[in-house]
Design a protein around this ligand. Structure first.
Ligand code: SF4
Ligand code: SF4
Length: 472
């Protein structure tokens, strides 16, 4: 029985409710009256239920689909302006005891070189990331209680935060590790992580069990209830995601929104962010063997429908996607993206690691961070390296409250300018620096509050003379 407040996976992601939602959406895919009502509700920017959002995603009327896309753009502009927050993944170990059939790190893959970085190697990797200009990372590791115990993850977090190379610093570590216990989530919280990230991969239990035939990840309920345990462990910023291509996208989309509704109903705070990865080629993995692949057009519509369904939730896109696809998705609702990513263990300090077939997936966007920053600015976006909320205690429901009152812009915008300025002074190529300085000059005028504008201008010049880490 569907119950968003329940703590049982099979009740908050009730299979029958998903099937009923798909039926309801299919029945109403040409129902202009209902579609108009849902669009009108979406325009209030308070979000949609999973059933309403599924109707929009299924809608087959061209004019209505255009309306949905343009509403997504409007909401994106209103809540996120032209800012795009940048981050990089950091893979510390690819040892894994699980059997996920779509991932080259699965335990039966004997051809992939296995690697676990020592703290000294992590240090070098972090220095390489800092030298690129990154301030925010997503720490990634396979599940292996012997090789990657929680102590190893905690020690690595400590190492990463401790490294201050030149003007560099990693100021926010989001963590993407396997589902674990409340005790371990408490430890991660105490270690000062930003967001806990865990992709569901697929919400369809039957498919989930087939795609995860061996290892602890086989347990659907334990995996699906991980965010509940993370919240109980004190982590109030969690990030959801599915791997599009494994199951029917409509099923995943509806269940993903049900998961968001569950977190809101049970803990009073929805997901901080949602990631939308699509399955990609990797060592021994051919995406064509999964028959639920989605084309770019459908993918754009999924992103737009997520944007209108959960306006306050960040939307993340990785370098799995090509530059041209990322460009389309940016306009429709994406607020964060990775740049200059390496998906192998040790790939930043030693780029040849990336060529040893040890990467988790093939990166489509292979540009450097500087190229991505420059490209974003040329498209009219404001690249941001901001991590301020985490350092200022604006997390969980405190963060959501500010978002819902539409006040987060007052923090994000000046912080984007300050962190972009740091990037330009410390790391940018001459061309990027030139473009960026012009952009900052224009964007200062878009700070509405006179006092904040004044402080921002002062701090921008202090950055020129060596001061760092100003934030609102
Ligand atoms: Fe291991 Fe994660 Fe890959 Fe599964 S997806 S094999 S858990 S690294
Ligand atoms: Fe993100 Fe907060 Fe910075 Fe805005 S101010 S970009 S929400 S960390």
């Amino acid at each position: 029985m569907y119950n968003p407040k329940s703590h049982k996976a099979e009740e908050f992601i009730d299979h029958n409710e998903v099937l009923e939602t798909l039926k309801f959406a299919d029945k109403n895919k040409s129902n202009i009256k209902l579609i108009d009502e849902i669009i009108a509700k979406a325009k209030l920017e308070k979000g949609l239920t999973h059933r309403e959002a599924a109707v929009l995603l299924t809608c087959n009327i061209k004019e209505k689909n255009d309306e949905i896309l343009s509403l997504a753009k409007k909401i994106k502009e209103k809540y996120y302006g032209n800012r795009i927050v940048l981050f990089a993944p950091l893979y510390i170990s690819n040892y894994c005891v699980n059997g996920c059939v779509y991932c080259p790190y699965h335990s039966k893959n004997t051809t992939i070189p296995r690697k676990k970085m020592t703290q000294e190697e992590i240090k070098k990797e972090v220095i390489a990331l800092q030298d690129m200009g990154h301030k925010r990372i997503a720490l990634e590791t396979g599940e292996d209680p012997v090789n990657n115990p929680i102590e190893y993850v905690l020690e690595s977090i400590k190492t990463i935060y401790s490294i201050k190379h030149k003007n560099g610093a990693i100021r926010r570590i989001n963590v993407n590790i396997a589902a674990t216990t409340v005790e371990n989530y408490k430890k991660l919280h105490e270690a000062g992580i930003g967001t806990y990230v865990l992709f569901q991969e697929t919400y369809n239990k039957e498919s989930y069990e087939k795609l995860h035939p061996t290892g602890p990840k086989h347990n659907y309920a334990y995996h699906t209830e991980a965010m509940d345990r993370a919240m109980q462990g004190g982590i109030d910023d969690v990030s959801l995601g599915v791997l599009f291509g494994l199951e029917s996208y409509l099923y995943e989309f509806s269940a993903l929104l049900m998961h968001a509704e569950h977190l809101e109903a049970a803990y009073g705070v929805g997901p901080h962010a949602i990631s939308v990865p699509r399955i990609k080629p990797a060592d021994g993995i051919d995406p064509d063997t999964f028959d639920n692949g989605i084309d770019d057009e459908t993918f754009c519509k999924i992103v737009a429908c997520i944007r209108v369904a959960v306006p306050y939730t960040g939307l993340i896109i990785s370098t799995r996607e090509s530059a041209s696809c990322r460009e389309k998705l940016l306009a429709l609702g994406v607020s964060q993206m990775s740049g200059g990513s390496k998906t192998s263990v040790g790939g930043y300090d030693n780029p040849s690691e990336e060529d040893k077939e040890s990467a988790q997936f093939e990166v489509s966007d292979r540009r450097t961070l500087d190229e991505v920053v420059n490209w974003l600015m040329k498209l009219g976006y404001l690249p941001s390296f901001c991590t301020a909320c985490y350092g200022s205690g604006r997390t969980g429901d405190r963060f959501m409250e500010i978002c819902k009152k539409q006040q987060i812009h007052n923090f994000c915008h000046p912080n984007a300018l300050l962190t972009l300025k740091e990037y330009l002074v410390d790391y940018a190529s001459p061309l990027t620096k030139l473009t960026g300085e012009e952009l900052i000059k224009t964007e200062i005028d878009n700070i509405q509050d006179e006092n904040i504008r004044k402080i921002t201008v002062e701090n921008l010049s202090k950055i020129e003379t060596g001061a760092r880490n100003f934030k609102f």
